[in-house]
Write a protein that binds this ligand. Structure first.
Ligand code: TYM
Length: 334
């Protein structure tokens, strides 16, 4: 069977290095595989499960599409689309929600993190978030889903729901989507705490490098990144108990295309006062062209809108018959 790739990103504020290295950068190579269909989505329905600015949502949606293109997603080879423009996602989500067990949803760590102590008052959408994600994937019968490590548990639920549907209705309809959690940095950590994930929701902007940060901002954030007093070691295993140092070496390697071992070979015995300026150079060199291209695209949104219109059309064409078929299997009147 030919590969069908689906992945997505939420238009909640700006994209950061974690999104880029953990996901986006890895999406690009699938486009080069012959016979593979690639669908990359701006997950705006997911973005409204937490408080957001109505006036910002459509701009943020375009900005994510611009980031996809700037990072190397080629709209001639891949389809870039907006989740809310494809009603089939929400339709299939409802059907899958009848099969999703509350107990499993309650165990989702992202839900627990986002809901905090407030579980009685959070919206149903936040709770049902992983079911919508399953629908996003299954509605295209996607076979592979490239994501960062933090999405692993959600993908297990998608696999589970695919199997439940097939068993309950005695069909082999949905394939088991394969999580693709690869690349040199599947879990990029905060610049201020090596035990916390780099995330959009962290309060301080100094914890992350955004794709829209300019060279000065990148330099400032890296200069202030938390480290420890020791020089860099020769061996990777000697970074095991130095989370901040390990994170910086991992990011450097992911950006430069070297292995972490190669990076350590270059900097073994050196202090962070030597490593950090080299880090800034690599980060600026790799990110500046993406930032520039994003800005160019955002200066002419009509180009993005054209790309999204084509992607939305294709996504609807792919998803609508699959939902119709799922409804038929479930016995709905047609
Ligand atoms: P989102 O928007 O939070 O993140 C987008 C992608 O970036 C990855 N990521 C990271 N990778 C490495 N290190 C980090 N610190 C880091 N932070 C984020 C995420 O793993 C993700 O791959 N629910 C999804 C969006 C979504 C989706 C889908 C993904 C909606 N439907 C269907 C795949 C398939 C999300 O919130 O990603």
């Amino acid at each position: 069977m030919s590969k069908r790739i689906l992945s997505g990103m939420q238009p909640t504020s700006q994209l950061h290095l974690g999104n880029y290295l953990g996901a986006l950068k890895n999406w690009v190579k699938f486009q080069e595989e012959p016979g593979t269909t690639c669908l990359y989505m701006v997950a705006d329905l997911h973005a409204v499960t937490v408080p957001y600015e109505t006036g910002e949502l459509s701009k943020a949606t375009r900005e994510i599409a611009a980031a996809f293109i700037a990072a190397g997603i080629n709209p001639q080879k891949s389809f870039i689309f907006v989740q809310s423009a494809v009603p089939a996602h929400s339709q299939l989500m409802w059907m899958l929600s009848t099969m999703a067990q509350l107990g499993k949803l309650q165990r989702m760590t992202q839900f627990k993190d986002k809901a905090g102590k407030n579980t009685e008052r959070v919206g149903l959408g936040l709770f049902a978030y992983p079911v919508l994600m399953a629908a996003d994937i299954l509605v295209y019968k996607a076979t592979h889903v490239p994501v960062g490590e933090d999405q692993k548990q959600h993908l297990e639920l998608s696999r589970d729901l695919a199997a439940t549907f097939n068993t309950r209705y005695g069909v082999e309809f949905f394939p088991q989507p394969e999580p693709v959690i690869t690349g040199p940095a599947p879990r990029v950590m905060s610049l201020r705490n090596g035990n916390e994930k780099m995330s959009k929701s962290a309060e301080s902007d100094m914890t992350r490098i955004n794709l829209t940060d300019d060279a000065d901002m990148i330099a400032q954030k890296i200069r202030k990144a938390k480290t420890d007093p020791d020089p860099l070691p020769e061996k990777l295993e000697d970074l095991a108990n130095r989370p901040e140092a390990l994170n910086l070496v991992t990011i450097y390697a992911a950006l430069s295309g070297e292995t972490r071992e190669q990076v350590l070979k270059k900097f073994a015995g050196q202090q962070f006062s030597v490593f950090k300026p080299a880090f800034v150079d690599v980060a600026v060199e790799k990110l500046a062209p993406i930032t520039r291209r994003m800005k160019e695209l955002m200066d002419d949104p009509s180009q993005i809108d054209k790309i999204l219109a084509k992607g939305n059309e294709k996504a609807n064409e792919e998803a609508a018959p699959i939902v119709r078929e799922a409804m038929k299997i479930m016995g709905f009147y047609s």
